[in-house]
Design a protein around this ligand. Sequence first.
Ligand code: AMP
Ligand code: MG
Length: 445
Amino acid sequence: VIRLVETARRHDLSMPEPETPLVERPWEDVARMLSVDDALRIVLDAVHPLAPVVVPLLEAVGLVAAEPVVADQAIPPFTNSAMDGYAVRASDTLGASVPHPVRLRVVGQLAAGYASRVEISSGTAARIMTGAPLPDGADAVVRFEETDEPERAAAGTTGDTRRSCVGIVRAAKPYDNVRPPGEDVAPGDAIVRAGARLRPAEIGLLAAINRATVAVHPRPRVAILSTGDEVIDVGSRLQPGQIRNSNSYTLAAMVMRAGGIPVMLGIARDRTDDLTEKLNLARGADLIVTSGGVSLGDYDMVKDVLREQGTIQIWQVRMKPGKPLAFGRIGSTPLLGLPGNPVAAAVSFEVFGIPAMRRMMGHADLEPSTIEATLIERIDNRGQRRHFVRARVARSPGGEWQVATAGQQGAGVLSSLARANGLLVIPEDLEVAEPGMRLPVRMLD
Ligand code: AMP
Ligand code: MG
């Protein structure tokens, strides 16, 4: 490595050949590159929420409702006790205190799950459990703690509670510890709107009104294809010159985490027939994602095949890592062609693929959570591209979010992406990010 670097330095390989004018090297001409925002807009304009499907409740977790749901019944359906205690008439308990308890005759024992058959008249009470229907005649519940029952229990003199008396030691007001029907949801209430994300609470509400299924935008099926003669899959023996297919796995994991279903199409050799055949397997997917073969390398024929199979544009996007990007359609299926370098592929998918998936899933909010953090080191950003820096965000002892790079930023260095919990975004026109600057960080965790 050192020898290579020295050779490069001797020959100054990093300098562009001065005799070639910039306009003839469009890939180096930032003015002719597509901005990240324009590229994202084109991608998002080309995808739409997937047609709704009806799924069992637990398959809807994390998905977006495609129908409004209006309650046709009350939750709770009947008046019930919010506490374990005694159902009483509040007026009977006036003036009750520890030194002067009001004594009531206990006329029944009411457990949750049964209709009440007792009636509370003046001077009586019923022992009642949380969730049990409030008996007729009662208008309040006095908690056990506000009766003499704990005391008697401690003294071992509870006796038969159905025939005994209870001492109330605190006055109750009407409706104390009583849940009226519809306290939570009344008939006609909108409990889920179309476009709402179905989180555990929404799932629970749907169950509470007896819905076993709900219409949602389905999980997108994302076909993932890696390309390259040098790429081999996990489990096979590495020959000289070969590298392991990590991209398919990183991308599939990202798809799963975003709520989609990855469809692994394996690896296509850099040959027209192999690529064509593998792309055929992708028909029926909601999105096709390829990695590799969109850069300027001589052996990259992905672009040519894509152009033959569908309508594809190859872009140079003003971003780092991940400048080359292909986007278009194979048949009617949108295709996102990512660069092969592992981090370029992952970051490009994060920036373009995840928002596209989120639109397909019906999410209104397509952007990741972003925080603003104070940079604690200097980062160069020559080249006028938007730099997504693998970074670690942490709170300072003073409670402020601070951000630093998570290691080497080479487009092939996946381990620094693994160390990162966010992508620090340095704007295109900021040549040097200085310590102390407040900059946005797209959170990965
Ligand atoms: P390409 O965009 O095809 O020119 O590939 C750029 C770099 O990414 C090369 O070093 C490839 O070996 C590497 N690469 C391509 N595909 C994969 C993959 N599926 N997994 C890991 N690295 C890859
Ligand atoms: Mg390649």
